[in-house]
Design a protein around this ligand. Structure first.
Ligand SMILES: CC(C)(COP(=O)(O)OP(=O)(O)OC[C@H]1O[C@@H](n2cnc3c(N)ncnc32)[C@H](O)[C@@H]1OP(=O)(O)O)[C@@H](O)C(=O)NCCC(=O)NCCS
Length: 149
């Protein structure tokens, strides 16, 4: 098992194939459509060609993609930061500590870029993800609130 940089040719399909699951877990009413997948494919193609702005790392289990993390360098009113856009493990690889491996790879990329802040969004109900981030020292700095009618 190893963490290595994303390779567009080798990993594109596996990362794309994970997109429906990733979004369905985090957005319960989300419907995975061909249009959504085409948009994600385009984003990934562009990101894969810009390794300075996108740190994508793959957890490789002897040639099989077990998971990946995707970090993007972004700028907002507070300056530049590393945005952990996607963290994903295929179901058999969850709850064994590999989430930690992926997040360490993300940290390494962010620090290498000279950035001081990592930021991410997570759905409150996603308990495994929330626990992982809290263990690593992530704190809640903003609440997204909604009410239903
Ligand atoms: C979010 C996600 C990456 C977290 O991965 P994870 O496997 O739960 O997290 P870790 O790899 O850190 O595993 C930690 C758990 O495994 C357990 N574990 C078992 N063996 C372990 C080992 N050798 N080392 C460390 N932890 C181990 C830990 O005790 C811990 O359990 P706990 O949280 O009950 O204390 C994973 O659940 C996932 O891919 N989910 C679907 C996609 C998703 O929702 N992504 C997040 C979007 S914001």
């Amino acid at each position: 098992m190893e963490i290595r940089p994303y390779r567009q040719q080798q990993d594109f399909r596996a990362v794309l194939d994970a997109q429906c699951d990733l979004y369905q877990i985090n957005f319960p009413r989300f419907v995975c459509t061909p249009v959504f997948l085409a948009d994600q494919a385009q984003r990934l193609r562009v990101a894969g060609r810009r390794p300075m702005e996108n740190g994508i790392f793959v957890l490789d289990d002897e040639g099989t993609m077990a998971g990946f993390v995707w970090v993007a360098v972004r700028v907002d009113l507070q300056g530049a930061y590393g945005s952990i856009d996607q963290v994903y493990l295929k179901p058999p690889y969850r709850r064994q500590g590999y989430g930690n491996w992926l997040m360490n790879a993300a940290d390494g990329f962010i620090k290498k870029q000279g950035l001081k802040t990592a930021r991410l969004y997570v759905t409150r109900e996603n308990a495994d993800a929330v626990r992982l981030y809290q263990r690593l020292g992530y704190e809640v700095t903003r609440h997204e609130m909604e009410r239903h009618f």
